[in-house]
Design a protein around this ligand. Sequence first.
Ligand SMILES: NC(=O)C1=CN([C@@H]2O[C@H](COP(=O)(O)OP(=O)(O)OC[C@H]3O[C@@H](n4cnc5c(N)ncnc54)[C@H](O)[C@@H]3O)[C@@H](O)[C@H]2O)C=CC1
Ligand SMILES: O=c1[nH]c(=O)c2[nH+]cn([C@@H]3O[C@H](COP(=O)(O)O)[C@@H](O)[C@H]3O)c2[nH]1
Ligand SMILES: [K+]
Length: 501
Amino acid sequence: MAGLQIEDGFPADRLFNQGYSYTYDDLIFLPHYIDFPTDAVNLSTKLTKNIELSIPCVASPMDTVTESSMAVAMAALGGIGIVHYNNQPAEQAAFIRLAKSRHIPFISDPIFKAPSDSIDSIDDFSSSPCVFVTESGNSKSKMLGVVGKSDWENLTNKETRLSEFMFQSPVSAPSSYTFEQAASVLASQKLDYLPLVNERDGEVVDLFTKGDVDRIRGFPKLGLPSLGKDGNFMVGAAIGTREEDKERLEHLVKAGANVVVVDSSQGNSIYQLEMTKFVKRTYPDLDVIAGNIVTAYQAQNLIQSGADALRVGMGSGSICTTQEVCAVGRGQATAVYKVSAIASQSGVPVIADGGIGNSGHIVKALTLGASTVMMGSFLAGSSEAPGAYEVQGGLRVKKYRGMGSLDAMTKGSDSRYLGDKSKLKIAQGVVGAVADKGSLLKLIPYTMQAVKQGFQDLGASSIHSAHDLLRSSVLRLEVRTGAAQREGGVHDLVYYEKKSF
Ligand SMILES: NC(=O)C1=CN([C@@H]2O[C@H](COP(=O)(O)OP(=O)(O)OC[C@H]3O[C@@H](n4cnc5c(N)ncnc54)[C@H](O)[C@@H]3O)[C@@H](O)[C@H]2O)C=CC1
Ligand SMILES: O=c1[nH]c(=O)c2[nH+]cn([C@@H]3O[C@H](COP(=O)(O)O)[C@@H](O)[C@H]3O)c2[nH]1
Ligand SMILES: [K+]
């Protein structure tokens, strides 16, 4: 065999310099050598120059993806959620405050009434086991008592005011309690539910029930959560590039946002460069994620303006129509590779944003140079995403829409296109729905396990090691023909059921 030289696959720099725009599905990695178990793969990473995460997952700033519940669950899992800005600044700040006040990855929707109120119908309880009575009748005041569903059911005169039959001193626990601490109070006191109360002002922050304990215990064990310097969950926030976004930013910083995303489809603009510089000048300790971009030239500009991470992807998202409408963008695999190649020289992490449909896409994004992936559609069907499930054609689905869709643009606060009625508005996104995926607390751990298996096959025990293997040309890849892509999927079966975990 001596002297036989077989060139197996392409090194990345050759593959990506042929003038093609490759998507994740176009490419396949050749397996390498395994000398460690799957569990030895470490997926901890950097979101920005100064923020570390224990898993490489980021929830997209979209109004059908990231509000408080998503941000809480992502942080509890070791990732992060970026709260969207298709709302008034105070509303966005309230989502951040709410997420940062939690210590348990489950958010209930407690129901509040005033002492002088009565309860007319069982529907007033919604799915909650109780109603909280507070001074003002809403969440923003001290808890005075609680009315359990069964107490109300046993009541003869349903017009009785709550103050006359509420239970005045229910057992509560501080909202700073961890899951295990709260669960042990429930168990030791044999309670069905427990209000978690802000010790400072007596406000009910969350409602913790026996059902929650069972549910959370049924999920894979959580890893290291993402906590800020304040000891609370880390939460990100998106802003735009207009003058009024400077005032929005002030609200977000006051609410405790740990990182800010300057959110544009084409980030290499004077507006974004100015905004990035403004944020760095005004809040030097706040990391800024700039984007979106897809080329090395765009990356250089944003890095020079002070960006602490780059968000990569234009038109690759599941709801995006930018490439059709504007003829601009890039295949996501090529975009991630090219931007990462330049950003790594300055130590700026890359977020691969959009186009993630399965765990293999995550392996590809991370191996091609990204440090994290940002997801919209992959997370939008989870129970932690905003909105309720609907049934369509026998399937449980949740609404998911592009932030550049007419639907999202028409929602209230938009000054991008609608503030000025004389401007013609053009959609760059669609409105649709995604299938129910259950809780993130299950979806993400299983997905990360699949990603670890991919890394093991590549012989990469960490994201850093995958980047080294790619850049040293040890790791080889090829383009899949259409037939190869079909072969790589399920084929030639009359019937099958696809269940990943
Ligand atoms: N990643 C992607 O492929 C895409 C993402 N999107 C999402 O849709 C949403 C909207 O994105 P965009 O339309 O890019 O919003 P945008 O607000 O950044 O830009 C809209 C228009 O306003 C202009 N503009 C921005 N700041 C300005 C200022 N200070 N003065 C004057 N003009 C200014 C821009 O140049 C652009 O023409 C974002 O959430 C974005 O992430 C939309 C399209 C593609
Ligand atoms: O062309 C677009 N029109 C839109 O209306 C739109 N809204 C979001 N985005 C981007 O898509 C990403 C989410 O993509 P996925 O659903 O594939 O994860 C997001 O993270 C965004 O980068 C849009 N792109
Ligand atoms: K698309």
